[in-house]
Design a protein around this ligand. Structure first.
Ligand SMILES: *Cc1c(COP(=O)(O)O)cnc(C)c1O
Length: 364
């Protein structure tokens, strides 16, 4: 041991998160399809609100985000007292882990679940326990089997990033019903606004009927990734714990103002959903061939699996896309070396992606 300050043991176990913008880009125009940002930018109302709020930059923001929580409550028909706002849902996930996971405790994550869950678990001194997936879907039985004596939290992204798969309401209810009452179920519905499946429920009903479920949401995927605003809806006891722990001014004033305008701009959110559904379906239909598979997705992205034949691997596709200025997400951090995750973007971007992938051949 050196004499230098040492981080807690769990910190060294963290595999650093690699964001979608990493890596050198060539000259020429670049289209980012690597971080599941909004395909239509931000709501114009949100941009105006952010700009106006800049006039008050010298002032501390409202530490309890009252106006924003009330706006979310009105739009989603929720009690604002049961909402907490965070600097992105990432902050809320960290706070949940700190509040509910101790040294040596376990958190159950799905095999291809969002990679922030193991990070926040390790950060709290806990150990992530992986439940194997079946056909790239969260396997409810595997999750329940992985849940044991030391389990404190189960993290489920619904729909999941990067696979795009989701659990219908019945499956989510079944998962919750199988958990001991002392285990906290975190339903991360980061892509709820993009879902088109009829049997989907973002977790609100489950929160309302239980004491051990919290739903986490974000503004990042609907146009405000740069503002860093997320929120959670949970039972009073969990809301109280998170409010005690969080920084008193954790979300900036312009970010709160932008999010309040964005949540009220339901017309813009609807346009996002419609655009995304159309081009998600179009891209899937136009690139799928018998050597390339597009997994069914409920998010604003698709996971594409490639071949292991020379010239048709995920690395080959990534190179071809980059050469055309299209930046997508490599998936080796998830153990999916044969896959790329492609965000749904503008019509122009989607047509370019299809042209590049089809240029690699459609059959064989
Ligand atoms: C993008 C994402 C988030 C995090 O979003 P923030 O930008 O921190 O609000 C959370 N969960 C999942 C599954 C995501 O894909």
């Amino acid at each position: 041991m050196s004499n230098q300050p040492q981080p807690q043991p769990g910190i060294a176990e963290i595999t650093p998160y690699v964001p979608g913008r990493a890596g050198a880009l060539g000259p020429g125009p670049v289209v980012m399809l690597a971080s599941n940002e909004s395909p239509l930018g931000a709501s114009p109302a949100a941009i105006s609100a952010f700009t106006e709020a800049a006039e008050r930059l010298a002032e501390y923001p409202d530490g309890s985000a009252t106006a924003l929580r009330h706006a979310i409550g009105e739009v989603h028909d929720l009690d604002p007292d049961r909402i907490v706002v965070g600097a992105g849902s990432d902050e809320l996930l960290h706070l949940i882990a700190q509040a509910y996971i101790g040294v040596g405790d376990e958190a159950v994550v799905s095999q291809y679940g969002f990679l922030v869950y193991p990070i926040v678990t390790r950060g709290a001194g806990g150990v992530p326990v992986v439940a194997e997936e079946t056909d790239f879907r969260t396997d409810v039985d595997a999750v329940l089997k992985a849940t044991g004596e030391r389990t404190r939290v189960v993290f489920i992204a619904n729909p999941n990033n990067p696979t795009g798969s989701y659990l219908g309401e019945t499956q989510l209810i079944r998962l919750h019903a199988g958990l001991p009452s002392g285990v906290l179920l975190v339903v991360d519905s980061a892509y709820a606004e993009y879902v088109t499946a009829d049997d989907y429920e973002p977790g609100i009903g489950l929160v309302d009927r239980s004491e051990n479920v919290v739903m986490v949401r974000t503004f990042s995927k609907i146009g405000l990734a740069g503002a860093r605003v997320g929120w959670l809806y949970g039972p009073p006891s969990i809301v109280d714990a998170i409010n005690r722990l969080r920084g008193p001014f954790n979300v900036g004033g312009p970010a709160q103002a932008a999010a309040e305008a964005a949540v009220r701009d339901t017309e813009f959110t609807r346009r996002l959903n419609t655009h995304n559904a159309k081009w998600r379906e179009w891209l899937t239909a136009n690139v799928e061939g018998n050597w390339l598979t597009v997994l069914p997705s409920q998010g604003n992205f698709v996971l594409v699996r490639f071949s292991d034949a020379a010239g048709r691997t995920a690395a080959d596709a990534n190179k071809a896309l980059r050469e055309s200025g299209l930046v997508v997400r490599q998936m080796s951090a998830y153990g999916l070396t044969d896959a790329l995750r492609i965000s749904i973007g503008t019509e122009e971007a989607m047509r370019k992606v299809a042209t590049v992938l089809n240029g690699m051949g459609r059959d064989g």
